[in-house]
Design a protein around this ligand. Structure first.
Ligand SMILES: Cc1cc2nc3c(=O)[nH]c(=O)nc-3n(C[C@H](O)[C@H](O)[C@H](O)COP(=O)(O)O)c2cc1C
Length: 374
């Protein structure tokens, strides 16, 4: 079994969930910066993160087509020193093999993950995403083909408990036959979408299945669903026996989410026993708004029309030739500007802004008025 970077991480392992049009290269870089307590010192030069990030899912079909440069945008990475896994989806084993080989040769990512849980109709229609749960034979072929192409990179699978009902035992057994390095289990069925609470007790069932294998063949087991912070994630891993936890929606407006995933040094009061009293970092409103500005600026510099000259100031947010639509930033504004007095007014201004200067002006005048008590 090729575990690659997975076996170099201390447990529990923390992962940032792939979220299309949310966890792009820019937001991942912002998360890596704010979640790392040591980013401002010498550790910033090394791969120090105690959490792994995931790209948005990317179609192997698109990556094998003439228009591949558009799909490649979702597989970009800004060097943020955190291990990053590239997530791909599709239904044709030969395309997985080809794309996995290209990803491995590019030497940008640390692992490859196959999406076998996406419930989106357009994706399922082509036999990809959650539809693969109805076709375990093809799912297995896809894992094996990806492993063939991936060379030294470990290959994982992100999936759900079953399609219409819980089929955990038969479905997990099918995946295990192809020997993936890790399984990330979103603890709901396809039918349940995100409408019911994630069933973490199912991790215990998986643990038993996995532990029947020889030790060297046991994939890393990551649980996913409804985890709000690293303390809760750590407790769930301990209670149910997962090797790690993946967090998704909790990161909206909170790039500090993984900050406590880092083991505090003894000088910081660290050591195993102190974990319980090590609480989740809560950023101030000022810090959140500063992160919002930095996030916006990096987004425009990376995906905006003036990226060649990096003229953030003159970027018109409605111009056409963006690598990624600026409207995706608006989801972030909703999350950053939430839960404090007059957040709604600021949010509305940001939604209507037409340039970075307008955004910066609105944020600065808001913080100035807050400081003077208005
Ligand atoms: C906006 C959004 C986009 C998502 N995109 C993906 C994706 O590209 N690939 C994937 O495997 N899961 C995707 N998911 C599912 C998440 O990775 C995760 O499994 C789900 O949100 C449950 O975790 P949470 O409760 O911590 O958010 C997406 C979820 C959301 C909310």
């Amino acid at each position: 079994m090729n575990f690659g970077f997975w076996n170099k991480l201390t447990r529990p392992i923390f992962c940032l969930a792939p979220m299309a049009n949310v966890t792009d290269a820019v937001f991942r870089a912002i998360i890596a910066k704010y979640s790392c307590t040591k980013c401002n010192d010498e550790h910033a030069q090394s791969m120090h993160s105690q959490f792994i990030t995931w790209t948005e899912f990317t179609s192997v079909e698109a990556l094998c087509s003439d228009g591949r440069q558009f799909a490649q945008i979702d597989l970009t990475k800004i060097d943020d020193h955190s291990p990053t896994v590239a997530q791909i989806f599709g239904s044709k084993p030969e395309q997985f093999k080809r794309v996995a080989k290209e990803i491995a040769e590019a030497k940008v990512f640390d692992g490859i993950d196959i999406n076998m849980g996406c419930p989106e109709k357009s994706i399922e229609k082509s036999g990809a995403g959650a539809a693969l749960m109805k076709n375990p034979k093809l799912a297995k072929e896809i894992i094996l083909a990806t492993k063939k192409g991936a060379g030294p990179l470990p290959v994982s699978v992100k999936t759900r408990l079953g399609y219409n009902k819980n089929e955990l035992e038969s479905w997990t057994s099918a995946i295990l036959e192809a020997k993936p390095s890790a399984i990330i289990m979103h603890l709901r069925t396809r039918k349940e979408m995100s409408k019911v609470p994630a069933d973490w007790s199912q991790i215990e069932v998986m643990r038993k299945l996995i532990d029947q294998l020889p030790e060297s063949e046991r994939p890393i087991l990551i649980g996913n669903g409804d985890v709000e912070n690293v303390e809760q994630g750590r407790a769930l891993c301990k209670k149910y026996g997962a090797d790690g936890v993946m967090l998704g929606r909790a990161v909206f407006g909170n790039p500090w989410l993984f900050r406590n995933a880092e083991k505090p040094s003894p000088a910081e009061g660290g050591g195993h026993k102190s974990y319980k009293s090590y609480t989740t970092y809560t950023p101030t409103v000022q810090e959140r708004l500063e992160a919002l500005l930095e996030h916006t600026k990096l987004y425009i510099d990376t995906f905006g029309p003036d990226r060649k000259t990096r003229k953030t100031e003159s970027s018109e947010l409605k111009e056409r030739d963006w690598l990624k639509n600026f409207d995706y930033m608006k989801k972030h504004y909703k999350a950053y500007c939430n839960g404090f007095t007059d957040a709604k007014e600021l949010r509305i201004k940001l939604m209507e802004a037409e340039s970075y200067s307008e955004i910066e002006k609105s944020v600065k005048s808001f913080t100035k008025n807050r400081k003077s008590g208005i």
